[in-house]
Each structure stands twice: as C-alpha cells, then as structure tokens.
Write a protein that binds this ligand. Structure first.
Ligand SMILES: CC[C@@H](C(=O)O)C(=O)SCCNC(=O)CCNC(=O)[C@H](O)C(C)(C)COP(=O)(O)OP(=O)(O)OC[C@H]1O[C@@H](n2cnc3c(N)ncnc32)[C@H](O)[C@@H]1OP(=O)(O)O
Length: 254
C-alpha cells in the first residue's frame, strides 16, 4: 500500500493524502520524498491552483515524524540530516507560489502541527485536538515549526502553544487564529472545495502574484538563518537522554 495518495481535480486542486492511518499518518522518508515531488509539481504546473494536504482515515491528520523509523538516529549530525530534509521541504511549502491548505481530518501532533503551520490555511474537523507536544519528548520543533508559528500567530499565542506542549481542543486553536474554518463530519472534501471556490475562480497568474508577494518576507537570509538554527537546536536536544528515554517509553508502552 502506498504511503501517499495523490489526486488532481478538474478544478485545479491537488489533494495530497498521507496514507498511513495505522501509524496515525506519521511521516517517514517515503512521505517526505512524495511531498517534495508534489510541491515541485504544484509550483511548476500552470493548471494547478491549490494544494490541499490531508491524512487518511478519521483519527489523525499527522502524528509527526515516524518515531519507530527515526529512533535509530542518535547523534545530532544524524538527527540534523533528517530534520533539515523535512525542514527544507516545509520551507518550500511555506514559500510556495500557490495557496495551500492543511485539511485536518483528525488530530495533529508534533511535526504534524509543523506541517499544518507551513500551509496558508488550516481547516479542521470539529472536536479534534492539535498540539505542539515536542516538549514532552525533550525536544523542540525540529522542522522549523516555531519560526513559522511566530510569523503567523500573535506572539503570546504562539509561545503559549509551544510552552504548554499539550493537545489543545481545536476550538481554542480557532480562537488563537491557527485554524481558519471548522468542518462537520459529512463530506469534508466538498466543504473544503466550497471554502476554496472563490480562490479557484482566480487565474493562476493572480494566485501566483499574491502568494509571491505574501511570502517575499520569508525569502530572506535572515528568516532562513533563523529557521535552520531552530532545526539545529532540535538536533542538539535529539541527542539528549531525556529524548531517548521519552521515545523509548512511547515505543514500548504496550
Ligand atoms: C521528528 C520531528 C519531530 C518534530 O519536529 O516535531 C516530531 O514530529 S517527533 C514525533 C512527535 N509525535 C509524537 O510524539 C506522537 C506520538 N503518538 C501519539 O502520541 C499517539 O499515537 C497519538 C498520535 C496521540 C494517537 O493516539 P492513539 O489514537 O491512541 O493511537 P496509538 O497511540 O495507539 O497509535 C496507533 C499506532 O500508531 C503508531 N504511531 C502513532 N504516532 C506515531 C509516530 N509519531 N511515529 C511512529 N508510530 C506512531 C503507534 O505506535 C501505534 O502503532 P502500533 O503500536 O504498532 O499499533
């Protein structure tokens, strides 16, 4: 079974679905590579207008990095290779010249919240929770999530979410401005398409122009340096006994 599903609609939407529901849609190398290829396709193809990223099943949008695959990374150098690979992908998602949406079909935790933060809009199913829970693993955001969060949310809200490191009810995420629309259970894809229909009515050059203008502030050496320094800091913490122990506990919890 493929780790990712890709669909292209007649109206210009590309749907990228992480298809690992049995792992709560955790991200491994295969998902990273497919996401990178999809971002390239959306950037280059003049018929594609919007990229929507979602997860398969009803339980999770994405549970972050695949801890069972990445727990063999012990040194900060090993960790940095993996973290900066995904960080580079999320940076290209952040600065993509087409609108992007994270469609939260279920909970988002850890790197799953970083993936969602890299998107322009977050539409979420009612009743779910989302959390930057990295602190409970003895690490910080490793894919540039904090740099992006501080750009997109008011300072105190962003800091609160990172420091509390818990799963927060999605209604609070709406209040904080992280989630832009709540969806009901029924036919979420159609609800998403309806929310996107005004954007889909615009031409690709118009969409591109506004997005390029919007993301210009992040295409600077200053922002990139901050973004990759955050990733480096996570790599340092990845080596710690606290992190090793937290991951061991999660993987052996049954
Ligand atoms: C690497 C980058 C870093 C970052 O920058 O942030 C990260 O992302 S670190 C990873 C952070 N994520 C987590 O710590 C999440 C860990 N998962 C959970 O807390 C829970 O699984 C859940 C997401 C809250 C879902 O809970 P629940 O619905 O009760 O399901 P289970 O816990 O029983 O999980 C089912 C199944 O899925 C496996 N799983 C879940 N998350 C991951 C993951 N991130 N990596 C690998 N595997 C994951 C879990 O082990 C179960 O598998 P089986 O035991 O084989 O059934």
């Amino acid at each position: 079974m493929s780790s990712v599903l890709l669909e292209r609609d007649y109206d210009g939407i590309v749907w990228f679905t992480i298809n690992r529901p049995e792992k709560r849609n955790a991200i491994n190398d295969e998902v990273m590579d497919a996401l990178q290829d999809t971002i390239r396709l959306v950037e280059e193809n003049d018929k594609v207008k919007v990229l929507v990223i979602t997860g398969a099943g009803d339980q999770a949008f994405c549970s972050g990095g695949d801890l069972s695959e990445f727990h063999h990374l012990h040194t900060k150098e090993e960790a940095y290779r993996m973290l900066s690979k995904m960080g580079t992908i999320l940076y290209s998602l952040l600065t993509l010249s087409k609108p992007t949406v994270a469609l939260l079909n279920g909970m988002a935790v850890g790197g799953g919240c970083e993936l969602a933060t890299a998107c322009d809009f977050r539409y979420a199913k009612q009743g779910i929770k989302a959390g930057f829970i990295q602190g409970t693993l003895g690490i910080t955001t490793g894919w540039g999530g904090a740099s992006m969060l501080f750009e997109k949310l008011p300072y105190a809200y962003a800091l609160d979410l990172l420091l509390r490191a818990e799963r927060v009810p999605i209604e609070k995420m709406v209040e904080y401005g992280w989630v832009h629309a709540l969806l009901t259970e029924e036919n979420r894809k159609e609800q998403c398409r309806k929310l996107l229909s005004p954007y889909l009515a615009q031409s690709v050059p118009v969409l591109r122009s506004y997005k390029q203008y919007a993301v210009k502030k992040w295409k600077t050496d200053e922002f990139r340096t901050k973004f990759f320094a955050e990733i480096e800091q996570c790599a340092v913490l990845w080596e710690s006994e606290e992190h090793e122990e937290a991951v061991r506990t999660f993987l052996n919890r049954k």
